[in-house]
Design a protein around this ligand. Structure first.
Ligand code: MN
Length: 240
């Protein structure tokens, strides 16, 4: 059976080299390769009118981590800790998230990705968790701690796809985010929660594989469970 094409959203950067360029963390690429997919980078700047055609050519979509979404997108005020906004990236990723939900195309949304998914469908975010969620755990374990360090558990809802993939009701995860889901969008089922109550996983209702996670599974390459998550995603894409 041919391997599925997995689109991977990217960011723009002008750091560390001479000219602006499209970039994606290598760990995302490696995770898709290990799981048996063919990764394809999707650059920021593709006109929105071309995205439906692009989407037809993909078997699955990976919405990657990155900087913060412009708070105006979900009716929030700017916060001093909000950073790395790229409104062109917001635009393409929000449009792609809507498309893969509509088309029931398998997708995995990681960190910024789960936030993009939630905002695309009408939900809102905490713009800085520690200021807005009383008694929150410490979620932004960067840049000083190892990215693969599991720092809190996520409690998974029974009957969720994720509980099936992980083989039980709990999973230990890393935590590399200062924002999180506040109001869950209609059409999404929250299926994983940190011990402080923060939503850390969502699944699209009535969809074969539409999953968002707030942690970074690609940064935990030694974890059998995170390997199983990427395999389940790529296998769902293969079935199309
Ligand atoms: Mn967390």
């Amino acid at each position: 059976m041919p391997k599925p094409w997995i689109g991977i959203t990217s960011h723009r950067t002008d750091k560390g080299y001479y000219v602006p360029r499209a970039a994606v963390g290598q760990a995302y690429v490696d995770s898709i390769l290990r799981a048996g997919g063919i990764p394809l980078l999707i650059p920021v700047g593709i006109p929105e009118a071309q995205l439906p055609q692009l989407c037809v050519g993909l078997d699955g979509l990976l919405l990657t981590g990155g900087g913060d979404i412009d708070p105006a997108r979900f009716g929030e005020l700017m916060h001093p800790q909000v950073g790395h906004i790229d409104t062109a990236r917001d635009e393409i990723e929000i449009a792609l998230a809507k498309l893969v939900v509509q088309e029931k195309k398998p997708f995995l949304a990681i960190c910024r990705g789960i936030q993009v998914l939630n905002v695309a469908l009408g939900g809102t975010l905490y713009t800085h968790i520690s200021d807005q969620l009383p008694d929150a755990l410490f979620h932004p374990c960067y840049p000083d701690l190892p990215r693969d360090l599991a720092v809190h558990e996520v409690n998974l809802e029974g009957e969720s796809q994720l509980a099936g993939i992980f083989g039980g009701p709990k999973v230990q995860v890393n935590s590399l985010h200062h924002q999180g889901i506040r109001d869950v969008a209609a059409g999404l089922r929250p299926t994983g929660f940190a011990p402080d109550g923060l939503v850390e996983a969502v699944e699209v209702l009535d969809h074969s594989f539409g999953i968002g996670v707030q942690w970074h599974p690609e940064a935990m390459p030694e974890s059998m469970q995170m390997g199983a998550l990427f395999r389940a995603f790529v296998d769902a894409a293969k079935k199309r």
